[in-house]
Unconditional design. Structure first.
Ligand SMILES: Nc1ncnc2c1ncn2[C@@H]1O[C@H](COP(=O)(O)OP(=O)(O)OP(=O)(O)O)[C@@H](O)[C@H]1O
Ligand SMILES: [Mg+2]
Lengths: 253, 307
């Protein structure tokens, strides 16, 4: 584990582009306030299990999930970057296993996910979240969502970074896929209001589960299907993580 | 027990056999030179021995550990300077040395000491605050070599470490390696510069097309492959060519050149003939072959046989 921590430290010192990181963390705030308040005038409140919440609060919680997905692109970029600089091979000849390397990338994006969620929540409490109470169980749900979301999307990014021949290809593919993920999910609007086929599509999208878990935690609105969503997300996260690790272990250098 | 003991190692990419059952041993505390033309399989061998890639067949023991089973144990005791430049981006020279020491888990105090040392040895002190992307090729190479001496190791792999270095930097590196070797380090070294190999290596293996052609000390290689390569005799005056009617001789006015495998024996014979005919020798010049010429002749021989 200490080895993984050293690699994580390295990711933050050398591999991640600082400007990108800052953008990644603060961009959602911009979105949150502009979109949140702009739509609030057209969309009234949103029904959430037994509660009704304001639209800006709904979108703020969605943005935490969205940001976990977007940060995970970093996991793939780190591999691209290390391949380009030759540090990828170098690290694999140092006393680290490839598993250590994958773990360090996932942990790095979990940390980014936690920081960005923290910032969104911090900025939202006095504004769009007024009146909500953050309990221990909210934090647990939130961390669970960040953890599973980072593992799932991070693994997807790692797989894409291995499969694509160029960094541009990788970035374009991932960004377009993620835009699709973002809009066909409960990030910006509830599944209930959407027409039947779309609402089904919402539910084959892992981002929906990530966002639902976050919301359930933050607004303390637990419903029966939530636990099934958690189980599904856990299973697909384990599968994608296994695939990503396998691919990286077999990757020829 | 040897430091490196390679047993019938092969590596194929598809149907292309890059390494064809190579075997050799390297003793502790020695410098082993691995020479061969482009594409011979040197880097591939290093990648296998440093556990980066797996051999298709065969095995090896590195520092007593099994190459296929004890990867992590091997990695923790070796150093590697890759042929390709591999430096972190966006970091200063100093920061990138620190980061490398941190990755190797070198204690902070020792790390600082070692960094001070390599900054001086490899002439990096003046550029310690420059970003790695701003460095010249030779400076990058120096940094890449320098960082490897921050951590402790028993065996160091150097894949053409002097490429891009100026003669001074090159000599400093070779002498620093010599010093480390006298303290017990074992070195696996590849280069295309024969003088370097001769200066540094206790033993040299020549590899061509994935096969080891020969392994010997530089001295023995000379003995084996080039007894005396060329003898040039300058005579007092031009003479009748028929006096010296041998194969392997070139005559140019009063200059006689012997270019032959058994030049030594021929020389004795020729001197006798000249003496018998009353021709006097003004000067004699013997050219022993360089390692480079030996290398070329070995590679060439194999090339001709292969075709
Ligand atoms: N990943 C790979 N896939 C296919 N062929 C490869 C791969 N890596 C190396 N080769 C081939 O293996 C052969 C040996 O390459 P290697 O890099 O070991 O040569 P080298 O002796 O280090 O040459 P140089 O002096 O140019 O560095 C080359 O013909 C190369 O094309
Ligand atoms: Mg090479």
């Amino acid at each position: 584990m200490k080895k993984v921590i050293r690699l994580v430290k390295r990711n933050f010192i050398a591999t991640i582009d600082t400007a990108f990181l800052i953008w990644q963390i603060f961009f959602p705030l911009l979105y949150l306030f502009i979109a949140g308040y702009a739509y609030a005038s057209i969309i009234e409140g949103v029904e959430l299990a037994d509660k009704k919440i304001e639209y800006p609060a709904f979108i703020a919680s969605g943005i935490i999930g969205l940001n976990i997905m977007n940060s995970s692109v970093t996991a793939g970029s780190m591999i691209w970057n290390d391949k380009r600089t030759g540090m990828f091979e170098q690290i694999l000849m140092l006393p680290f296993t490839r598993m250590d390397y994958v773990m360090s990338n996932i942990i790095t994006i979990i940390i980014i996910g936690i920081i960005s969620a923290g910032i969104v929540i911090f900025a939202s409490i006095p504004t769009v979240f007024n009146g909500i109470e953050i309990s221990l169980s909210s934090i647990q749900f939130l961390l669970l969502a960040i953890l599973l979301g980072s593992i799932f999307f991070g693994s997807i990014a790692i797989i894409a970074s291995i499969k694509f021949k160029s960094n541009e290809g990788f970035q374009t593919m991932l960004n377009t896929t993620f835009i699709f993920f973002a809009f066909v999910s409960t990030t910006f609007y509830p599944a209930e209001g959407a027409p039947e086929p779309l609402s089904i599509a919402f539910h084959i999208n892992p981002l929906t589960y990530v966002v639902n878990i976050i919301r359930a935690g933050l607004f303390n609105s637990i419903y029966d299907f939530l636990y099934i969503e958690i189980i599904i997300l856990t299973i697909i996260s384990i599968i994608t993580f296994t695939v990503a690790t396998r691919l990286l272990v077999r990757l020829n250098v | 027990m040897s430091c490196i003991s390679v047993n019938a190692l092969s590596k194929s990419y598809g149907s292309f056999k890059v390494l064809d059952s190579i075997s050799f041993d390297v003793d502790y505390g020695k410098v082993f030179g691995f020479l061969g033309p482009n594409g011979a399989g040197k880097t591939t061998t290093i990648k296998i021995l440093t556990t980066l890639i797996k051999p298709t067949e065969g095995n090896a023991k590195i520092l007593g550990y099994d190459l296929l089973k004890d990867e992590q144990k091997i990695r923790s005791r070796i150093g590697i300077v890759q042929q390709k430049i591999s430096l972190e981006n966006n970091l200063s020279v100093l920061k990138s040395l620190e980061l490398y020491g941190m990755l190797w888990n070198v204690q902070k105090r020792i790390r600082e000491e070692k960094i001070e040392e390599v900054l001086d040895v490899f002439g990096l002190r003046e550029i310690k605050n420059s970003k790695t992307e701003e460095l010249s090729i030779g400076q990058r190479r120096r940094l890449q070599v320098a960082r490897e001496f921050i951590h402790d190791m028993d065996l160091l792999f150097l894949d053409e470490p002097t490429v891009g270095m100026d003669p001074n930097a090159r000599r400093i590196l070779l002498d620093y390696i010599k010093k480390k070797v006298s303290d017990g380090l074992t070195v696996f070294f590849t280069t295309h510069i024969m003088e370097e190999a001769e200066y540094l290596c206790d033993e040299i293996a020549i590899i061509n097309k994935g096969r080891i052609v020969t392994i010997d000390s530089p001295q023995s290689l000379r003995k084996r492959y080039g007894s005396i390569k060329m003898v040039e005799l300058r005579l007092k005056e031009p003479f009748d060519r028929n006096v010296l009617n041998y194969d392997g001789i070139e005559i140019d006015n009063n200059i006689v050149r012997i270019v032959s495998d058994n030049a030594e024996e021929m020389l004795a014979e020729i001197v006798r003939r000249l003496h018998d005919n009353g021709i006097y020798i003004e000067s004699l010049h013997v050219d022993s072959p360089t390692l480079e010429e030996i290398f070329l002749s070995i590679i060439d021989e194999r090339y001709e046989k292969g075709n």
